[in-house]
Write a protein that binds this ligand. Structure first.
Ligand code: AMP
Length: 187
């Protein structure tokens, strides 16, 4: 399931909305700029809405490579961003997630909604099953993901997962902290 790329590629899952706090948009922009600054390729859902659009625009403006994957039925709804370095249209969501994952060396999760959570949990369960060992980093802007971390703790406390489930997740408070983690993990 792992297809390493020559240049480092970082998959970013994030909201198709900007969220309530402008700090989320700021984090998306800062992350996109930082990925490009490192010459790492951004892999994401190819939309031009919400945090998705912001992270991609920031990476592009900083001269970074962008790789977007979107299913046909979302081309209008999520405003398919066709000026990416690579713009891939898939038949469905499952194919989209697979193509994004296979073309990434790490996964970063910005604030987001149900879609972002779906993507996070899929990649976490695949790690739990030993299908990959790619870093999974939560960008905990303003403590946004604290309830998610508490839920994972609760699941472990109540005996539904091994304590090692936590080991698959890195919580970073800022995009800078994300980059520090990834520089070490992707070295
Ligand atoms: P959201 O966090 O709900 O704004 O969604 C973020 C991204 O995840 C969007 O590109 C959605 O199209 C995508 N998404 C929504 N639902 C799913 C799902 N079930 N599986 C995979 N991606 C999804």
């Amino acid at each position: 399931m792992t297809h390493p790329t020559s240049t480092r590629s970082v998959c970013v899952y994030c909201g198709s909305r900007p969220g309530a706090d402008p700090a989320y948009a700021q984090a998306a922009t800062t992350l996109g700029t930082a990925l490009a600054g490192e010459s790492w390729r951004l892999v994401y859902g190819a939309g031009d809405v919400g945090l998705m659009g912001l992270v991609a625009r920031a990476a592009q403006e900083a001269g970074g490579e962008t790789f977007g994957v979107i299913p046909t039925h979302l081309l209008d709804l999520e405003v398919g961003k066709r000026d990416l370095t690579r713009f891939i249209v898939t038949e469905n969501m499952h194919e989209r997630k697979k193509v994004m994952f296979m073309n990434s060396d790490a996964v970063v999760v910005l604030p987001g909604g149900a879609g972002t959570l779906d993507e996070f949990f899929e990649i976490l369960t695949w790690a739990q099953l030993g299908l990959h060992d790619k870093p999974i980093v939560l960008v905990n802007t303003g403590g946004f993901w604290d309830p998610l971390v508490a839920l994972v703790d609760h699941v472990i406390d109540q005996g539904f997962a091994a304590p090692s489930l936590k080991d698959f997740i890195t919580v970073a408070d800022t995009p800078d902290a994300v980059m520090t983690t990834l520089r070490t993990r992707l070295a």
